[in-house]
Write a protein that binds this ligand. Structure first.
Ligand SMILES: Nc1nc2c(ncn2[C@@H]2O[C@H](COP(=O)(O)OP(=O)(O)OP(=O)(O)O)[C@@H](O)[C@H]2O)c(=O)[nH]1
Ligand SMILES: [Mg+2]
Length: 340
């Protein structure tokens, strides 16, 4: 699942990309989308490693995409919007380090996305209205699609993002191929200046939105220092390190994904799945064969295993559960898939 860093030009997307992934975007490719992985730190991996001493440790990672910024005058927007469409989750970066009115800037940006959505939905609704007037074999289906889209068309006209609505299965089906921006989950990052305090920098109007305030340039600089230099720098400048691991997990949650574990002497590993995924989905994310030959999942809670110290103790305490295909994966589950 692609996580798109999006926003207006110069808001700090490429700096954020560099900080999150450790990879500097190639300035020669600033007009293209650039991708890198950000490993998702999970402290429980170390606890599982103490139990298993595995030969190998593998951490799941987020796929982060740096996109070229939109121009406020909308020049060249079509191609840039097309790159943003590919992402399943948007991290909207608002440049608030130079005194820009963050609330107004975010509102403008989201309006730009909303208008692009409205164009698409309005176009489809107009075409469907024409089509259902004439008798044709698939008229019922077109009628259904129109009925699904009309309320969404209306919401967009009123400036309501679709993520705020509860979409029906028919509506989800009708919008799926459009990859509408306002339907995508999103997190807002206010890129504040070095001397602003992250704790008090989120305007009241954004408190309800999923918003994080951080000085990206400062944190990128701090990340490049060794421990001693960093401590000295922070003391001298009166600034603090922002927990990047926590931000990465926050982005994972915003993207409606979660981790599960597999653990043994060969490998301790975290895996990324959509929230609400089932045991057979999880099996499929490991290998398609595991989903096809799925018999059952043996599930342990990580906290139980860590507390008891061994699989044997977990079994002795009846804490190893046998779950079937439809079991919904829970936070902290360690899975062993039985298959043929
Ligand atoms: N003072 C300050 N300047 C920043 C900060 N973040 C970004 N900038 C400035 O903004 C410029 C652009 O930052 P980038 O990270 O490249 O911004 P971008 O969003 O990738 O820009 P585009 O790719 O052109 O849309 C940098 O060269 C910095 O001068 C910040 O936190 N503080
Ligand atoms: Mg950039």
């Amino acid at each position: 699942m692609k996580i798109g860093l999006v926003g207006y030009q110069g808001s700090g997307k490429s700096s954020l990309f560099h900080w999150l992934t450790g990879i500097e975007p190639d300035p020669a490719k600033a007009h293209e989308a650039q991708t890198a992985m950000a490993p998702i730190p999970e402290p429980r991996v170390a606890e599982l490693c103490e139990i298993y001493s595995p030969k190998k440790i593998t951490q799941a990672a987020l796929e982060i995409v740096d996109t070229p910024g939109l121009d406020r005058s909308h020049e060249g927007s079509a191609a840039r919007l097309a790159m943003i469409r590919e992402a399943s989750c948007l991290v909207v970066v608002v440049g608030a380090y130079d005194g820009t009115d963050a609330v107004a800037d975010l509102t403008n940006f989201e309006d730009d996305l909303l208008i692009a959505d409205l164009d698409i939905v309005a176009g489809r609704v107009t075409r469907l209205r024409e089509q259902v007037k004439k008798p044709r074999p698939n008229r019922d289906e077109l009628q259904k699609e129109l009925a699904a889209l009309e309320p969404l068309h209306e919401a967009l006209e009123q400036g309501k993002p679709l993520r705020d609505l509860e979409l029906t299965p028919e509506q989800l089906k009708a919008t799926k191929s459009f990859q509408l921006f306002s339907e995508k989950p999103r997190l807002v990052i206010l890129n504040i200046s070095d001397d602003q305090d992250p704790a008090s920098s989120i305007p009241a109007a954004l408190a309800a939105a999923n918003t994080v305030a951080v000085s990206v340039a400062l944190q990128l600089e701090l990340a490049g220092l060794d421990d001693a230099e960093r401590t000295a720098f922070c003391e001298e400048m009166g600034v603090a390190v922002f927990d990047r691991d926590q931000l990465i997990r926050r982005i994972m949650e915003a993207s409606k994904q979660m981790l599960f574990f597999t653990a043994g002497e060969k490998e301790v590993r975290t895996w990324l799945i959509p929230q609400g995924a089932t045991a057979v989905d999880a099996a499929g994310s490991i290998h398609t064969d595991l989903a096809q030959g799925f018999i059952r999942a043996e599930v342990t809670q990580c906290a139980d295993l860590v507390r008891l110290g061994s699989e044997r103790e977990v079994k002795a305490n009846n804490l190893l559960r046998q779950e079937h295909k439809d079991y919904v994966i829970q936070e902290g589950d360690i899975l062993l898939i039985r298959h043929n």
